[in-house]
Design a protein around this ligand. Structure first.
Ligand SMILES: CC(C)(COP(=O)(O)OP(=O)(O)OC[C@H]1O[C@@H](n2cnc3c(N)ncnc32)[C@H](O)[C@@H]1OP(=O)(O)O)[C@@H](O)C(=O)NCCC(=O)NCCS
Length: 287
């Protein structure tokens, strides 16, 4: 394949299904970022550069960094890209290949950051096996489904940790977790697979955050707290020490949780009161 040619389109004849996600044909806007040339070159020239780098990658001209794709090209996807950039600025770690998304993200915002929508989520299956992935989708339930599918394919998730975050001793970060800027995590904390800990969150000593937990910006999770799988903690919410929150529950923004909470409830207010019977446990979309 010549350096200026587009790669052959990858045929995705089968329609893959993961839970309710139906994957469509990839858009094939291949590319990878080139931050040095971004400001001076035309969009066409930048596209050519990204295409050449992508072709070089497919030909096997690999660097010492790990190639990565971000699944989900919405706001948190771009946020995860910022974490990748910050990690690379600290020590070259990842080669960002682009985003995978089944929806219609704002590609202008992606191009402005010199990144591209490569195709739909199912394209992960077709990428070289050394390409890592991270799931930047707000719904823990959707992350769980994609994780199970990707794991069944033998794909490896990258764990992203912003360099400004601080971790105590004996902190275990599950594969695929995203730890954003200015997060503080105490000692002896376990964080499960594909957990999202958004900026300015605190997690106290001896806490256990199960797989697919989402902590939105500024959430404060005190010591010895247990959060069940796929639980969401809203912005600025507080969970006081030693409490348990069951799986698939949602703590509203600014709530203060002072009692244990069961699974599948939404709790709001100060002190937080659980409400059952909500059909949407998260209150927002998938990305
Ligand atoms: C709790 C939450 C999940 C509820 O979502 P929802 O089911 O769509 O709720 P609605 O917007 O329909 O509101 C239902 C009721 O709950 C109240 N309510 C909603 N969120 C609340 C909150 N955080 N605290 C107190 N009351 C809240 C509403 O005022 C409304 O009350 P009413 O029936 O008396 O009018 C959501 O409001 C929330 O707080 N999400 C967290 C968002 C967040 O942190 N985002 C960060 C993104 S980075």
């Amino acid at each position: 394949m010549g350096p200026d040619q587009r790669p052959e389109p990858i045929e995705l004849a089968r329609a893959h299904r993961v839970g309710h996600l139906v994957y469509r044909q990839p858009l094939m806007a291949f590319g990878s970022p080139d931050s040095r040339s971004h400001s001076r070159k035309s969009p066409q020239a930048r596209g050519d550069i990204r295409r050449r780098r992508w072709c070089a990658y497919l030909r096997g001209g690999r660097s010492m960094t790990t190639p990565i794709v971000i699944i989900g090209a919405g706001g948190f996807g771009r946020h995860a890209h910022d974490v990748v950039d910050a990690m690379n600025a600290s020590s070259p770690t990842y080669e960002m290949l682009g985003f995978l998304d089944d929806g219609r993200p704002d590609e202008r915002l992606l191009h402005e950051r010199n990144a591209d929508l490569i195709g739909s989520v199912s394209l992960l299956e077709e990428l070289p096996v050394d390409v890592n992935y991270v799931i930047a989708i707000g719904s823990g339930d959707v992350r769980r489904r994609i994780d199970r599918w990707a794991t069944s394919l033998g794909r490896k998730a990258a764990t992203l940790r912003h360099p400004s975050s601080t971790l105590g001793r004996h902190v275990a970060l599950g594969e695929g977790s995203v730890i954003c800027s200015h997060v503080s995590i105490g000692t002896n904390v376990k964080i499960g697979r594909h957990a999202h800990i958004n900026f300015n969150c605190t997690v106290g000593h001896d806490a256990i955050l199960s797989d697919y937990v989402t902590a939105y910006p500024g959430a404060n999770i005190a010591g010895n707290v247990f959060l069940g799988e796929s639980t969401t903690v809203g912005s600025g919410a507080v969970i006081i020490q030693g409490l348990s929150v069951g799986a698939d529950s949602t703590i509203g923004a600014s709530a203060c949780v002072v009692r244990d909470l069961p699974s599948r409830v939404t709790a709001v207010g100060v002190p937080a009161k659980a409400e059952t019977g909500r059909t949407d446990s998260h209150g927002w979309g998938a990305t």
